[in-house]
Design a protein around this ligand. Structure first.
Ligand code: NAP
Length: 484
């Protein structure tokens, strides 16, 4: 029988909770998927009572949910599950009150979602244990960032592991909760047609782009010390890469899938001082225009004037040294204030060995294009005949859409909705295992070490472009282009 769950959100009054977690939990109710969730207990430092918290939640949900998804009857049901307790991270007394509330509810499973500064994770876990708020059926969800390098990540993991077993630890990367990432698994492993060509004999290169229009916004203090490599590549881009490149798993169980992802991360060729200048690009946005609006450069935004060494853009040529992928470059790029917001994976297949057609087919390769945002689509770019009576056969590109609804916007499930449901159900498949996160950090640390050793410059780019010219040169050196 399914066990009931009490969900406790540390940072329940924060931005993440307000914009993402509470709307996702409301949606679980609306979709009839919250029957195992007995209570949602938000915590924060403020002296709120449950009624005021519910009123705030009501106002925020009305603000952040699409109007057509707001339903008063669902809200009333959802509202009754919401509770608030003040918990200062280091106050024993507060944890005892929380423990009492949990004991009184008697839900067998306690799920603690840590959406505060990661530097508090260790203290929170220790207090949960010491005060008996965490019991043997408890689980913990950890938000990013898990450290800023391998050593700090290990330290957090150690502190959490002193209280929660790995099987009870859920490390979030919301990219893994996206419908299309799961669809990628279905397309890859469900179609015998793709199975033989998913390797270096047929794939020319893979590109993963996560492009943002926004600048560092209010996160500048954090971002100035972090940069795009740590903020985006260490988690989102490497997670997506490992799913694209992994071997077929023995089953769809969490352990089997995560074993295969882990093998990919271990095969990433280290980028060192000897090749970092050819294999990576760092950029920083200058003033420009995005979406028709004039915007300031990163260093003009007052708080970051000293952050000359921080990259807001990074491009990397990664190599995976194994039998399947040897010789296939995986080009990764991510940045802020780029020309448009989108995340995309492109698998570009090899060119024909010889051209039969009047127009050059080498320009027109087969590509599988997997769009993760703003819309979630998968399309196969193929070629057929350009219609007409001419004797000269000419090719034209044709896109085959592999998503049932080519623009998945309707009543789609948000990544946080899926991940919260999985955490409630105890399914770890879409969460990162400790060895994955630490192996990813090891690869990232080597790049950062190489940047430091070589004094790798951060090249300016105009806001509203796709990064510095050096990013174009990264692929052009290999006689390839970014797919735009
Ligand atoms: N915001 C996002 O979109 C986003 C995305 C991905 C990951 N994250 C991660 O999620 C975490 C939270 O981010 P956020 O943007 O929601 O931050 P935030 O808006 O600053 O909220 C922080 C939350 O933590 C609570 N808090 C702060 N210090 C505390 C303490 N000493 N003891 C107990 N509670 C404390 C705050 O309570 P009070 O309200 O009472 O101050 C608030 O609820 C961070 O690790 C962040 O990196 C955020």
């Amino acid at each position: 029988m399914s066990q009931m769950v009490d969900l406790v959100i540390f940072g329940g009054t924060g931005d993440l909770s307000t914009r993402k977690l509470l709307p996702a939990l409301y949606q679980l109710h609306r979709h009839g998927l919250a029957d195992r969730l007995r209570r949602i207990i938000a915590t924060g430092r403020g002296e709120l009572d449950t009624d005021s918290f519910r009123s705030e939640a009501h106002a925020n949900l009305e603000r952040f949910l699409p109007r057509d998804q707001w339903d008063g009857a669902i809200w009333e049901h959802f509202r009754d599950t919401l509770h608030y307790v003040k918990v200062e991270a280091d106050d024993d007394n507060d944890y005892r009150q929380l423990a009492q509330l949990l004991d009184a509810g008697d839900a067998p499973v306690r799920l603690f979602y840590l959406a505060t500064l990661p530097s508090l994770y260790g203290a929170i876990c220790a207090q949960l244990k010491n005060t008996g708020a965490a019991n043997t059926h408890s689980r913990v969800v950890l938000e990013k960032p898990l450290g800023h390098d391998l050593a700090s990540c290990r330290a957090i993991n150690e502190e959490v592991a002193a209280v929660f077993a790995e099987e009870a630890t859920f490390r979030i990367d919301h990219y893994l909760g996206k419908e299309t990432v799961q669809n990628l698994l279905a397309v890859r492993f469900g179609n015998p047609l793709l199975h033989p060509v998913w390797k270096n004999t047929f794939v020319d290169n893979v590109q993963i782009t996560v492009a943002e229009e926004i600048g560092v916004e209010g996160r500048g203090g954090y971002y100035a010390k972090t940069g795009a490599l740590r903020d985006m590549v260490q988690n989102h881009l490497l997670q997506v890469l490992s799913i694209v490149a992994m071997e077929p798993p023995a089953s769809l169980d969490a352990a089997d899938i995560r074993d295969e992802k882990m093998k990919v991360l271990r095969c990433l060729e280290p980028i060192t001082a000897s090749n970092v200048k050819e294999r990576t690009v760092r950029g920083r946005y200058d003033a420009g225009a995005v979406g028709g609006q004039a915007v300031k450069g990163f260093l003009e935004e007052a708080e970051y004037r000293d952050a000359e060494g921080t990259e807001t853009f990074v491009a990397i040529k990664a190599l995976i040294n194994n039998w399947r992928w040897a010789g296939v470059p995986f080009y990764l790029r991510t940045g802020k204030r780029l020309s448009r917001r989108y995340s995309e994976i492109v698998i570009e297949f090899k060119k024909q060995p010889f051209s039969l057609f009047a127009n050059d087919p080498n320009e027109l390769t087969n590509k599988l294009v997997i769009r993760l945002q703003p819309d979630e689509t998968i399309s196969l770019h193929t070629l057929n005949k350009k219609p007409g009576l001419t004797r000269n056969l000419r090719l034209q590109p044709v896109e085959l859409h592999l998503t049932a609804d080519s623009n998945h916007k309707g009543d789609s499930y948000d990544a946080y909705e899926r991940l919260l449901l999985d955490a409630v159900n105890g399914d770890q498949t879409l969460f990162m295992r400790r060895d994955e996160v630490e192996t990813a950090w090891r690869w990232i640390d080597t790049i950062i070490g190489a940047w430091e050793e070589t004094g790798m410059p951060v090249k300016p780019y105009n806001s509203g472009t796709m990064g510095p010219n050096a990013a174009t040169a990264l692929t052009a050196r290999d006689d390839r282009n970014w797919y735009e």
